[in-house]
Design a protein around this ligand. Sequence first.
Ligand SMILES: [Zn+2]
Ligand SMILES: [Zn+2]
Length: 335
Amino acid sequence: MIRLLFTVCAFASPAFAQTQQEQDRFDELVSLYQAATVVGEPTFEPCVLSQGAEANCLKITVVAAPSDHITGPYCPLNISDTAEAGGTWFVDGEVRDVDGDFIARLSEIYQNDAWQMFDPETGDIFVRNNEIGCIVAGDPTNSTGQPDNICVDCSLGFIGKTVTRTYFIPLTPVASEGDVGDVRGGVGLALNGVKVEGPAPLELILGGITIGPFDDCGGHINPSEGYHYHGILEGCGARAAAVTEGHAARLGVAMDGHDLYDQLDLDTSEPADLDACRGHEVEGLGYHYHVSATATNQILPCLTAQTGCSLESADANCDASLQSREQGGPPPREN
Ligand SMILES: [Zn+2]
Ligand SMILES: [Zn+2]
């Protein structure tokens, strides 16, 4: 009954006037995001997109953790540990296992003797986990005064609260004027509720002689974003088969309202006609993106339409244009 009343009210308000196409898209997304840990009811909301366009958005609040796979581990504890004890890291476009040997050879991998992340006598690795690991994970500029040569390890249980994120996703994409949109505020939302994040600030992290490993699903955790992906792995997280035969599976929706699909089609080839933002138009699927190869640290390089919002507060409104103006540029970097 409550839900029925809400629906009636929503339709009665002119601010919520939407087309049948938007209604259908709303219903489709709500159904797809049943795979996520959704908080409350997704709703129709007016929203202001990144270049000021007024639009209708799906507003959805999710627990910022995968609903369908475990998270971690991240840092091995000793240089004798095998790959099961650690996660992954991206080096020169390759996914590398962060096992004990990887930590032992960091000075060789980065050709810099400043790397010494373990006790040479015991082989124990200098790990920051528990609460301090999460504080450091939220502070890639290391203003908390931690030393360098630490492996940063933040688990959800040490943040001290359940992190949720609230997304406003445009139901009808509105093309960007001029420059294409950047992805520093995030690429999108995976069907399992995980934020598909922009690039990790690897130069900053490595410049501080630290690493903050990803787990075997290409994700890691910080206190504001919760668990988020910096790389997409096909075996990780919910997928929805494409309606077009042989096409890559859908893994989520981008912040501009276009769909996100796996990198490769089912014959393991990448579509040949992708544009600069890795999008293309396919009959039956419309315009959509294919994510990059896992270790590029750039799940998508850009977005072609104006973006909605990804917010910490579930009560806020979405004005993506105000957000970028107030912050005087790109959103703050995260680890
Ligand atoms: Zn495609
Ligand atoms: Zn990150």
